[in-house]
Each structure stands twice: as structure tokens, then as C-alpha cells.
Write a protein that binds this ligand. Sequence first.
Ligand code: HXC
Length: 258
Amino acid sequence: MTEYSTILVSTSGRVGTIQLNRPKALNALNETVMEEVITAATAFDADPRIGAIVLTGSDKAFAAGADIKQMADMDYPAMYAADFFQRWEDFAALRTPVVAAVNGYALGGGCELAMMTDVIIAGESAKFGQPEINLGVIPGMGGSQRLARSVGKAKTMDMVLTGRHIDAAEAERIGLVSRVVADDQTLAEATKVAETIAAKSKPATQLAKEAVASAFETSLSQGLLFERRIFHSLFSTEDQAEGMAAFAEKREPQWKHR
Ligand code: HXC
């Protein structure tokens, strides 16, 4: 097992869990956190025994953003040369569905990281925001793009231009999170969602993720074509035959490809 210094990694059944663990810095995302999360997530992605991933933080913070102290002294050439934080896109490109369990602060890069996951479960005290404007910068890990695509212009401009935090109830109302639960149930609920996903046919869940993700990348007609072709292709799997036979026979499907 790889040794990590900023995350905790565990496996339960078909679910792999990654917990951000830099409590003194409220899980601020520095390069080490990025490399470790991506290494662990990529290993889960390649593991045929894993069907879904949970990403979580602490009670106080999912992640309070990119590490401001790491960035403070950087200049434009250094940022550009490093293509700072571009590698997080490897996390967004995972095939395995990822469920975020968010308690406490999900700010800046923390909010952007949550938005790279597929399902966000928030505790009722969670706070989301893109406060980069208060640092004299703007979101740099997808906030201006993924937030706009998920909640639209009105709320994105409000959050990105004022830097205000929104609570979990507002985040659910505007469509930023999937579900809000009691704070002490966040990880349990996220794990339950991950277990539900991981129990299904893997080609179907992974291709479903790909199809939904394409809605944010492409035109409607191209997206509809992509979806239809995937739908057609799934009729080449044993799991399509099994799933439909099980429905007709009024029994639970026994998936071959998990
Ligand atoms: C580095 C951070 C940090 C961060 C908190 N800490 N957030 N360190 N980077 N993003 C550190 C604090 O310096 C402090 O360390 C410790 O964590 C506890 O934080 P406090 O501020 O004392 O806690 P509290 O008063 O409870 O306030 C919590 C908070 C506040 C509201 C979350 O910490 C905060 O506003 N943090 C910054 C949020 C932010 O601006 N995020 C966006 C970052 S820019 P010490 O050593 O003093 O105890 C970004 C850009 C992404 O994310 C794009 C990248 C390409």
C-alpha cells in the first residue's frame, strides 16, 4: 500500500474512500494533496474490484481551497510554467463514479474539487463558495466554468463576484449538490450512494458517467447522438440481457461485469 502524508485511503467492499487529511490547514490543496489524491484515485480507477469512490474531508472542512500560502509568492511565469493545478483535470477524467461527502467548508479549489465529482452529498452545515475575488484573483480549477454549467449565470456571477459563502440548503436549491443530510450522516449517506452505484453493472455506470459528462462538453445534437450510440453499444453486454431478463422474471439481476 502506498504511503501518503496528506490523505487517508481505505477500501470497504467495492467502494474506495479517500479522505483529505491536512487538518491544521483545513485541507488546503497543495501540490502534495493533489498528487496523492490523483495517485490514490487513479489506483482505484484501475482496480476491477472498485465500482465507486468516495472523496471526503473533515467535519470542519472538505477543503478550504488551494493552499494560499503555497501560491502567495508565485508570479505569472511560475504559475504559467507549472500550469498550476492543471493536473486536477486527471481527477475529473476518472471513469469510476465519484461521490463527494462534504462537511464544513468547500471553498475555492475545495468547491471546484467537489464539482469535479459526480454526486455531492452535503452535511446541513456545509458552506460552499468561490472566494478567490477576495484574494485579488479568480477561480482557477474550473469554478467559473463548472459552476456556471451546473447552476447557471445568476448564481455563478453572484458567488464569483462577491465571494460570498452559500449554505447547504441554498446549494441544494440551486442544484450545486445532490442531497443534504444531517452532518453526522454525510459520509454514511455518501458511502451508501457509492455502494449502490458499485453494485450495478460497471460498463453501464461508467458509460452513464461519460454520457452525462458529455452534456457539459458538446452540442445537444452531438450529445444525443453520443448517448444513443452508447445506449446501442450496451446491447452487446451480457448485463443488458441479464438486467432485462431479471426484470421480466421478477428477480434481482446478477451482474456479470462489476
Ligand atoms: C492555506 C489555509 C487555507 C487555505 C485555511 N488555512 N484556509 N491555509 N490555504 N486556503 C489555514 C489558516 O491559515 C489557518 O492556519 C488554519 O488553516 C485555520 O484557518 P482559520 O482561518 O484560522 O479558521 P477559521 O477562522 O475557522 O476560518 C475558516 C475559513 C478561512 C473561513 C475557511 O480559513 C478562510 O477564509 N480560508 C481561505 C478560503 C479561501 O480563500 N479559499 C480560496 C483559496 S484560492 P494557521 O497556521 O493560521 O493556524 C483557491 C484558488 C483555486 O482555491 C484555483 C487554483 C488553481
